[in-house]
Design a protein around this ligand. Structure first.
Ligand SMILES: C[S@@+](CC[C@H](N)C(=O)[O-])C[C@H]1O[C@@H](n2cnc3c(N)ncnc32)[C@H](O)[C@@H]1O
Length: 460
């Protein structure tokens, strides 16, 4: 009977026996079992039969033969592998050939690995890069690899950026990850966000949570067109990215909106803001992480289904919209989340741990909140969850569209710092009036600044 132990014994005896064993097999499953059981190949191993198997008509056998040739540590015949690569149609075998040649770590294989960089399959390009990066501080390798920072595939670009460009671009004046500038701590600035951000240094904030204006659906902001609106938000989130610490999060709350029809002869228009904004964020270096759905009770939303309930005619179906999106993005970085977490001291990590009862799904059932002055305020519960799940105590939380200041007040109640901008005097004054609550005052008082005052503080 064919067992792993029997194969191991034959392998160590000298592999004429393995070759004979393979020739005597009638079915492909047994040949694969032998090849997959070979494990480590001893120094005296004769690989000739493996090269014959490169011509086998079953792709899994060819794949296993290539894998074993890759274990020959510099003794593998790359010419045979390259011949197979040129005519092979099976993707897994092609990838394994490149990986096998790379694993041999032989300088003579460098030109071959450089050739593989032209392959259409991004995984082959990545395998070839891996094989080439073994040759550290090799000028030829660097010259071949650097231009791939503009490769069409995003994984390839990321590897090359990390290898050759990330260290060069690091700005030496940036504060340690857990810290931020004093002039941004617990500040509300009455200004257009784009003006205020001009004086904010790179990598200052740990988390941004915001709900942007709803295009022209509410009266606090008017844009000439939807395209203008999206381009305005693009600028805000490019700047937000600049001031965000490496690898930290942006959470944007939006939902599709409806602009009512101007007369019965026209139809109303619906705009899918979360979906239209998404490509602008990803294009500008925000990595998509999660979509969280904020679910509201049906009784709390506008009734759209009423007409359909009467007529029941297909095409006229308009469901009540009981959801909004919280789109979660991370400032793209080659660093892992562990790197971010390790930037905090033991005590901070311990104190910031999320207590039991946290949300386990991406559907968050939360009642909306209504306010007598501002028409679109966040429920405190929504802010609490975002701030607890995506920041540490002492972090700076930013909201470019401050409104009534819910993000700021919640951040403070959770021992975080906040920085808000709000362009409308009415809401700025409203925020001020809300801080009369003495609980909001401790050693770091909230400051309400005009743009000029803020600019002065920034240059102190
Ligand atoms: C949806 S509301 C945010 C409400 C807020 N989340 C809250 O809980 O109160 C958007 C806010 O952005 C403000 N805003 C609009 N354009 C702005 C800009 N260019 N700069 C700063 N604030 C702006 C609006 O005045 C409005 O108060």
């Amino acid at each position: 009977m064919l067992t792993k132990q029997y194969i191991a014994e034959l392998k160590h005896k000298g592999n004429g026996d393995i070759s004979a064993l393979i020739s005597s097999q009638r079915d492909v499953g047994s040949i694969n079992f032998i090849l997959e059981s070979l494990g480590y190949l001893p120094k005296n191993f004769n690989p000739d039969f493996l090269y014959k198997l490169l011509r086998h008509n079953h792709s899994q056998v060819r794949l296993n033969a290539v894998k074993n040739i890759g274990k020959l540590n510099g003794k593998g015949d790359t010419k045979s592998l390259f011949e197979l690569y040129k005519k092979e149609t099976d993707t897994s075998v092609r990838r394994e050939i490149v990986s096998s040649i790379g694993r041999q770590r032989e300088p003579v294989n460098k030109p071959l690995l450089v050739d593989f960089l032209q392959d259409q399959d991004p995984k082959i390009v990545c395998q070839a890069i891996r094989g080439l990066l073994v040759f550290e501080r090799d000028n030829d390798v660097e010259t071949s690899l650097r231009p791939l920072v503009n490769h069409p595939n995003e994984m390839v670009r990321t590897i090359i950026y990390k290898e050759y460009f990330a260290k060069e671009n690091k700005n030496k004046n940036i504060l340690p990850h857990a810290q931020t500038c004093d002039f941004l701590k617990n500040i509300v600035v009455k200004a257009d966000v784009l003006e205020a951000l001009k004086v904010v240094p790179d990598e200052s904030v740990h988390l941004t949570f915001t709900s942007p204006p709803y295009y022209n659906a509410r009266d606090y902001s008017i844009y000439p067109s939807y395209q203008d609106y999206l381009e305005f938000l693009e600028k805000v989130f490019i700047e937000t990215r600049r001031i965000t610490k490496e690898g930290r999060f942006l959470i944007v709350n939006t939902s599709p909106i409806i602009i009512p029809r101007i007369s019965r002869a026209h139809s109303s228009k619906r705009y899918g803001i979360p979906f239209d904004l998404h490509p602008y964020l990803v294009k500008n270096g925000w990595e998509f992480i999660d979509d969280i759905v904020w679910l509201k009770p049906e009784a709390s939303v506008k009734n759209r289904i009423g007409g359909f309930m009467q007529h029941r005619k297909p095409l006229g179906y308009k469901p009540n919209s009981i959801t909004e999106y919280l789109m979660v993005y991370r400032k793209s970085t080659e660093k892992l989340l562990d790197w971010n977490i390790r930037s905090y001291d033991y005590e901070t990590v311990k104190k910031s741990k999320v207590a039991d009862g946290y949300e386990t799904t991406n559907v968050w059932k939360i009642d909306p909140c209504f306010d007598k002055v501002h028409s679109a305020v966040f429920p405190v519960e929504l802010c609490k969850r975002v701030i607890r799940y995506y920041s540490y105590k002492g972090d700076l939380v930013f909201d470019p569209f401050g409104g009534s200041g819910t993000v700021g007040r919640t951040a403070k109640s959770l021992n975080r710092l906040f920085f808000l901008t709000e362009k409308e005097s009415e809401y700025f004054e409203y925020m001020k009036s809300k801080t009369k609550n003495p609980n909001l005052f401790d050693e770091l008082k909230t400051q309400f600044l005009t743009l000029e005052q803020f600019k002065k503080e920034a240059t102190k």
